[in-house]
Design a protein around this ligand. Structure first.
Ligand code: ATP
Ligand code: MG
Length: 532
């Protein structure tokens, strides 16, 4: 069945630059706090909108002086902090193309991106200088290697003195909405990373959908969106959704620990939280959760991977707050989710945004009836879809089927229009003719009190074609025994259709993950294939 989206009530203006949006807010409210930065040590510092825009203007002037201009591709490898915010805004101001990179990328990842995208300048976090030095000689397009502070290194320019002496005023370029603004590489969960291009108009759509309908950011909010720079997710929430609403971003530069996060949520009285399912899952396993008083928290969202029911129940019990799931991709914005005011159906991702027309389709591109599993697809006229994969028109073309953009994920829709995620098309397990989504098996396994994490994949089997095999990390101090294997299998059979239970279970200490923390089932699948 097909969902009819309402007429798209928003139209992206023909010229749009998100940095100009922030300029306008800052000139009306220069003293409003834009960033509240908290270090691992507990020290904190606030930057107002006026200060942030002045800083971004100086950065824009420094780039211009260096010769970095509109249309140039600039790779940014900075951790959470003022420099990242100032640099992203400064690059938008000059009309450049931002290539977000994580500070966790290594030499070969960096080299791949520089060569693939023809990167002209790199702005790096100082510890990355040696990594980049090992590959820079082979990167012909690379003209500038820039760093904030500490650049005694040959071939590197310290931006700080340039920024300090630059002017505080800058006229933000009036970009066309169809110019490329962002070149974001995907997580590489299913293979090599792909260069996804987004336009200057994209943040306009993202603000209308994700910031407004899902996170529900208001000007008075203190918002903690935990994603780190380098992925589209940072641009989604910590950058566009907060600054585009005049709210204050809570920026924690320390490391993740579930109790530390809970203490910060309490002591700073965060009002909106956007975190990953793994972060929620680990917080939900903390003892005496209700001792933390999260009185101001009114909106909590999760995206990036499936959200387990267990987490939703635990947060509801401890804090009386509904953790709302959201589904989207680097290639889009938020598409499907439990939007504000929508009744939640735990285990489902929610429904498409009123601005998105989504359906479950078959291989011929026809919408499937309620309850049938197929490809999750989005009407290709949707305003916030990507411009294409860089230098890969064939792959871009393959992601469309008739009028549909095909996400590469599978799911089903219920009679009320809620979407249920089954798994990435490549991760789906077919065993004795049954189609099994790994998420349901993993979700059941992590409900067991001794299980910390789990991943289910297809393992070749001479009789059944494939069987479900689960890789399981046990909670600290638990040893995996044959009895525990039976117990976990029994446990899954009670929670899902019995044919879905993992016929094989292997206890492991860790699971292969992407830099952004997603499980790479492709590696586990390969391992099983090699073993057979
Ligand atoms: P690659 O495309 O390189 O394999 P990736 O798809 O993991 O990497 P992203 O664009 O960061 O890169 O992630 C989008 C994918 O994450 C979605 O296609 C989906 O598989 C998964 N995902 C995102 N949000 C959710 C969610 N709420 N529930 C289930 N899965 C989700
Ligand atoms: Mg993908």
């Amino acid at each position: 069945m097909e969902l009819t989206a309402k007429e798209q009530p928003i139209q992206i203006p023909s010229e749009y630059n998100f940095a100009a949006e922030v300029d306008r807010y800052a000139s009306a409210h220069p003293d409003k706090a834009a960033l509240l930065i908290v270090e691992d040590s507990g020290e904190s510092v606030t930057h107002t909108y006026g200060q942030l825009v002045n800083y971004a203007n100086r950065i824009a002037n420094a780039f211009t002086e260096l010769g970095v201009t509109r249309g140039d591709t600039v790779m940014v490898l900075l951790p959470r902090g003022l420099e990242a915010y100032g640099t992203y805004l400064g690059l938008l101001k000059i009309g450049a193309i931002i290539l977000p990179g994580s500070e966790m990328l290594r030499a070969k990842d960096i080299e791949y991106r520089i060569k693939h995208a023809g990167v002209k300048a790199v702005i790096a976090f100082p510890p990355l200088i040696p990594e980049i030095n090992t590959v820079r000689s082979g990167c012909d397009s690379l003209r500038y290697c820039l760093v904030f502070g500490g650049a005694d290194e040959a071939g590197w320019t310290d931006l700080n003195p340039l920024v300090d002496k630059a002017s505080e005023t800058f006229a933000t370029v009036n970009t066309r909405a169809d110019e490329t603004a962002i070149l974001s590489y995907t997580s590489g969960t299913t293979g090599g990373p792909k260069g996804v291009m987004h336009s200057y108009g994209w943040p306009y759509a993202h603000l209308a959908i994700a910031a407004t309908q899902w996170l529900g950011v208001q000007e008075s909010d203190l918002v903690w969106a935990t994603a780190a720079p380098g992925w589209m997710k940072w641009i989604w929430s910590p950058f566009v959704s907060i600054l585009g609403k005049g709210a204050t971003a809570f920026v924690y530069s320390g490391r993740f620990s579930p109790t530390r996060y809970l203490k910060l949520l309490e002591s700073f009285q965060i009002s909106v939280l956007c975190a990953t399912p793994t972060e929620y899952r680990m917080m939900a396993k903390v003892d005496k959760l209700e001792q933390y008083k999260l009185d101001r928290l009114r909106s909590a969202c999760s995206a990036g991977e499936p959200l387990n029911r267990e987490v939703i129940d635990t947060f509801r019990r401890a804090f009386n707050i509904l953790v709302r799931d959201g589904y989207g991709q680097t290639e889009s914005t938020l598409l499907i989710g439990t939007f504000l005011g929508m009744e939640a159906r735990p285990g489902s991702m929610g429904r498409p945004s009123p601005l998105v027309k989504a359906a479950i389709i078959d291989e011929a591109g026809n919408p499937l009836p309620v309850g049938e599993v197929g490809d999750i697809a989005i009407d290709r006229s949707m305003i916030a879809l990507f411009q294409g994969y860089l230098h890969d028109p064939e792959r871009t073309a393959r992601s469309y089927r008739g009028n549909w953009y095909v996400t590469g994920d599978q799911g089903r829709m219920d009679e009320d229009g809620y979407f249920w995620f089954e798994g990435r098309a490549d991760d789906i397990i077919i065993s004795s003719g049954y189609t099994i989504g790994p998420f349901e098996v993993e979700d059941a396994l992590v409900k067991h009190p001794l299980v910390a994490e789990a991943a289910a994949v297809a393992s070749p089997d001479p009789i059944r074609g494939h069987i479900v095999k689960a890789f399981v990390i046990l909670k600290d101090g638990t040893t995996g025994t044959p009895e525990l294997v039976y117990e976990l299998q029994d446990h899954v059979k009670k929670l899902t259709a019995p044919y879905k239970y993992p016929r094989k279970i292997e206890f492991v200490d860790e699971l292969p993950k992407t830099n952004s923390g997603k499980i790479r089932r492709i590696e586990l699948r390969q391992k099983e294939l090699d073993r057979s």
